[in-house]
Ligand binder design. Structure first.
Ligand SMILES: C[S@@+](CC[C@H](N)C(=O)[O-])C[C@H]1O[C@@H](n2cnc3c(N)ncnc32)[C@H](O)[C@@H]1O
Length: 370
């Protein structure tokens, strides 16, 4: 006798996915490249939702606080009652970020438990979590233990936090992250082998070197996203003194050093330039502002543009973004790089296949012949 999970998997069919905390759609864009059919997505941010809608019009978007979304609706309406293949959970990372130095636990950290609520109803074969490395620290051990125990009650094995760097997977950006995988009734797979290990990184030059060189306030007439910020004269003077191609604020003459940086060794990346031959630093929600990190162009005296930020996050040049400059910067900085998701997709596909494999029961077939 053979038992099977509800849905056997043929080789080339589209797999279904639900994208929780979808933001502007980095995860969905990466999954679509590997024949995943994202049937539903949830995010409460109206600007990110506008971007998501424009780029993924066939996905049923739930633009609400996730705590108010009923997973049974997704099961009934978007999955027509079927079990889901892949659930993606990119809960907000701010509570787990190293920037969050508060000893208090941020109540947003609880949003990760939405995974269990949705898994209970949607019964995905695999759950993919992406977050910041802080999630793997001692402070959140209890939270992960609870998540593991809750998922185990639903027959999922949750992996240990798997540290990765997006730069290892074709992304021209150092972006250390923590991945967790939960698999229904099957072992957790190893993470994909890096496609661009040290020495083979995709560089800033390769990603954005072909774009028009711009001065402060200039823009590419053919690309509204490739528009340089108009910097104040004092900011321009500082940028002028930052050595091209990787220089930092430590080269500023004394009269241009910011008051808050006098006798202060930290925040060394502020006003820093990216380096053509290296990957970019981690893009954040302030990544088009030179006062928020190493976000100055390698050569031009200006911050990187929205287009440059989007390319460094591996969005296609045809991806549309909706909102004002700050809103789009936040969407891009929050996103999972498209190439990172796309690099994981084949592993997720084969794991789903394995989890859906008919399982031979322990009953001796001979004894069941009547
Ligand atoms: C790390 S970002 C997600 C990035 C996205 N997965 C991507 O690939 O572009 C986290 C998202 O969680 C959303 N979020 C935060 N709290 C939420 C809530 N209570 N309900 C729904 N979405 C929420 C934020 O609006 C943000 O877009």
């Amino acid at each position: 006798m053979v038992t099977a999970h509800s849905k056997p998997l043929s080789h080339c069919r589209w797999l279904t996915a639900v994208d929780l905390f979808c933001g502007c759609g980095g995860v969905t864009a990466g999954l679509k490249q590997h024949n995943f059919r994202v049937v539903a997505a949830v995010d409460e941010d109206p600007n990110a939702c506008n971007t998501y809608r424009v780029n993924h019009p066939t996905v049923h978007l739930y633009p609400y606080d996730i705590r108010t979304v009923n997973p049974q609706d997704i099961r009934d309406v978007d999955l027509h009652g079927e079990d889901l293949d892949l659930l993606v959970v990119c809960a907000p990372c701010q509570p787990f970020s190293s920037q969050n130095r508060s000893n208090k636990v941020d109540e947003r950290s609880d949003l990760i438990f939405q995974a269990t609520r949705f898994a209970k109803i949607l019964k995905p074969a695999v759950i993919f979590f992406e977050n910041v490395p802080g999630l793997a620290t001692l402070k959140y051990r209890g939270l992960l233990d609870t998540l593991r125990a809750d998922l185990a009650k639903l027959n999922y094995q949750l992996s240990e936090p798997l540290p990765i760097d997006a730069a290892d997977y074709g992304v021209p950006q150092r972006r250390k992250r923590c991945i967790l995988l939960a698999v229904l009734d099957a072992p957790v797979p190893p993470i994909p082998v890096p496609t661009t290990p040290q020495g083979q990184r995709v560089t800033v030059k390769q990603a954005i070197g072909h774009l028009l060189s711009l001065k402060s306030g200039e823009g590419d007439p053919d690309d509204p996203l490739h528009q340089a910020s108009t910097h104040l004269p004092l900011v321009l003077e500082r940028l002028h003194f930052i050595p091209k191609n990787g220089g930092s604020r430590y080269s500023l003459p004394p009269h241009l050093v910011l008051d808050c940086h006098r006798n202060h060794k930290g925040h060394g990346d502020v006003y820093g330039r990216m380096q053509w031959g290296d990957v970019a630093p981690t893009l954040t929600t302030g990544c088009t502002n030179v006062t928020r990190g190493r976000f100055a162009h390698p050569q031009d005296d200006r911050a990187i543009t929205l287009r440059e930020a989007a390319l460094l996050q591996t969005f296609s040049p045809y991806y549309e973004f909706v909102g004002n400059r700050d809103q789009i910067t936040a969407q891009i900085g929050n996103a999972v790089p498209v190439k990172l998701m796309s690099a994981f997709a084949p592993t997720l596909r084969s794991t789903i296949k394995q989890a859906r494999q008919p399982v031979a029961s322990s009953v001796n077939p001979a004894s069941s012949v009547s």
